[in-house]
Design a protein around this ligand. Structure first.
Ligand code: NDP
Length: 484
């Protein structure tokens, strides 16, 4: 498959190149080979994209929601038809196994386009009766030009999760993918355009942080939605605040997963595997602090170790492979450094954590036991396949320790005690919680974090609030009474 795109950027309905930009090699993480070379956007390219978006947004907002929704739903259908090719591209971009990408990326993007396409026609204001026969009404208006900035772990999904609600509400989008995974968002723009999105409505520009920063500070931009790390989130939030822009911040985490001794052991082990090793551990909401009640600790570790031996690590394009490389050499290095730190801090490396001796960013899934709350591996986001297992005795203790973090993205609990499950979920300081499950992200459910993990919510009807604003109109039906 030739993955070199027609050009680096997608602006005003077509592919655009500007070779004056810094070259951007795309590396296939499974082999370390360069599979395409793009160019970062120059300031002139960024300006063109924003100008196109500002122009297209006006006409798009004047269409009915039903008309806008039809285009989004058509794009969802095209995406599903092309799921195979889009999944192969996602695998080339990220290294994630095809077994995952074929069910979790373009499909999730299509779900968002379909869901928000369906909602578009129902987005209205409301009528508010007031004393004396007066009344008010609200008009739900788009914000204008939205900027989306993506992380590298889910390039298709992130582009769709931001673009679909933005467009449904009548906004235009300029999206900047991570420089590590620049390929997939171009396809999202191409498909939306093919589905009927007018030129300029969805634009993709490539580049690293400087391009993101240029977008965020431009006066034409009304809203910024970032998926990325907490340090980047702080910078982008502060830059957006200068222009009082709306923001959505989907940031990092160090989420807890509490396993009580009455839990179904295999389900809990399965949840911990999904919540730590899917996408080679590169998932923001991962439950990387696994608190296991002392009585079942050894049984849990034994079952976990047995199941990890059955992981199929190999060619990501092989449908049997279920554990691929990390996204880059740089990200692998970060994970290996944390593993060395964990050993130094006195944690017990139960299994994995070894670099696999072949080209590409390969590592075996790692499990640490005897982890204590103060260790760096238990406090900091690693964003790699490194699970920390901690033991606990009581529910109160587990919840207090689970919440003792600056992050608040997700949290999970495994137990067969119904009342305890809901009590613990209510006590979690996290935006997205799971009972006897982990890491599900259906489009119908709000997704996002509390504390340093972010502000705003993606997906669900909640996202509409973050891509539109209300105008209130007061209507007086009688005479105006003034004091003089
Ligand atoms: P980064 O924070 O490094 O980058 C995120 C994006 O922001 C990239 O496109 C990056 O560009 C861009 N960027 C960097 N600096 C600036 C700036 N000053 N102004 C504007 N844009 C900027 O995150 P990663 O790409 O390394 O992704 C991993 C992080 O993302 C993890 O912390 C993870 O938890 C989080 N994440 C959160 C999710 C959520 O929904 N909550 C989901 C997925 C990931 P470039 O990288 O090209 O330099």
């Amino acid at each position: 498959m030739n993955v070199q795109p027609i050009a680096s950027h997608f602006i005003d309905g077509q592919y655009v190149e500007d070779t004056a930009g810094i070259p951007l090699p795309v590396i296939y993480p499974a082999t370390g080979e360069t599979i395409a070379t793009l160019h970062c956007a120059t300031p002139a390219i960024v300006d063109r994209a924003l100008a196109a978006a500002a122009r297209a947004q006006v006409a798009w907002a004047a269409m009915t929601g039903t008309e806008r929704g039809r285009i989004l739903r058509r794009a969802a259908d095209i995406m599903r038809d092309r799921n195979h090719d889009l999944s192969v591209l996602e695998t080339m971009d990220t290294g994630k196994p095809y077994q995952e990408t074929s069910v979790a990326d373009a499909t999730s993007g299509a779900d968002a386009l379909e869901y928000f396409g369906g909602l578009a026609g129902s987005l209205t204001g409301e009528h508010i009766p007031l004393p004396g026969g007066d009344w008010a009404y609200t008009i739900r208006e788009p914000l204008g030009v939205c900027v989306g900035i993506g992380a590298w772990n889910y390039p298709t999904q992130i582009a769709c999760w931001k673009t679909a609600p933005a467009l449904a509400c009548g906004n235009a989008m300029v999206f900047k993918p991570s420089e590590t995974t620049p390929l997939c968002a171009l396809k999202v723009a191409e498909i939306l355009t093919e589905a009927g999105a007018p030129p300029g409505l969805i634009n993709v520009v490539q580049g690293a942080g400087e391009v993101g920063a240029q977008l965020v500070t431009d006066a034409r931009v009304a809203k910024v939605s970032l998926t990325g790390s907490v340090p980047t989130g702080k910078k982008v939030y502060a830059a957006a605040a200068e222009g009082m822009k709306h923001v959505t911040m989907e940031l990092g985490g160090k989420s807890p997963l509490i396993v009580f001794d009455d839990a179904d052991l295999d389900d809990a082990v399965g949840g911990a595997i999904l919540g730590n090793f899917y996408s080679s551990g590169q998932v923001c909401s991962n439950g990387t602090r696994v608190f296991v009640q002392r009585g079942i600790l050894e049984a849990f570790l034994q079952r976990l170790t047995e199941r990890l031996q059955t992981a199929v690590i190999g060619d990501p394009m092989d449908p049997e492979t279920n554990f691929g490389p990390m996204v880059s050499e740089a990200q692998l290095r970060i994970a290996l450094d944390y593993i060395a730190k964990g050993v130094d801090e006195g944690a017990r490396l139960v299994t994995g954590g070894m670099r696999i001796d072949k080209p590409g960013a390969w590592i075996t899934p790692a499990v640490f036991a005897d982890v204590t709350d103060d260790m760096a591996i238990a406090r900091e986001e690693i964003f790699g396949p490194v699970m920390c297992v901690l033991d606990f005795d009581t529910e109160d203790e587990a919840l207090t320790r689970a919440n003792a973090t600056e992050f608040g993205l997700a949290a999970g609990v495994f137990t067969c005690d119904l009342a305890r499950a809901h009590r613990v979920a209510a006590g979690f300081q996290a935006g997205t919680c799971y009972i006897n499950s982990y890491n599900d992200a259906p489009v119908e459910m709000p997704f996002g974090g509390s504390k340093l993990s972010g502000v705003g919510r993606e997906n669900s009807k909640a996202a509409i609030e973050h891509y539109s604003q209300l105008k209130s109109v007061y209507v007086r039906m009688g005479r105006v009474e003034a004091p003089f």
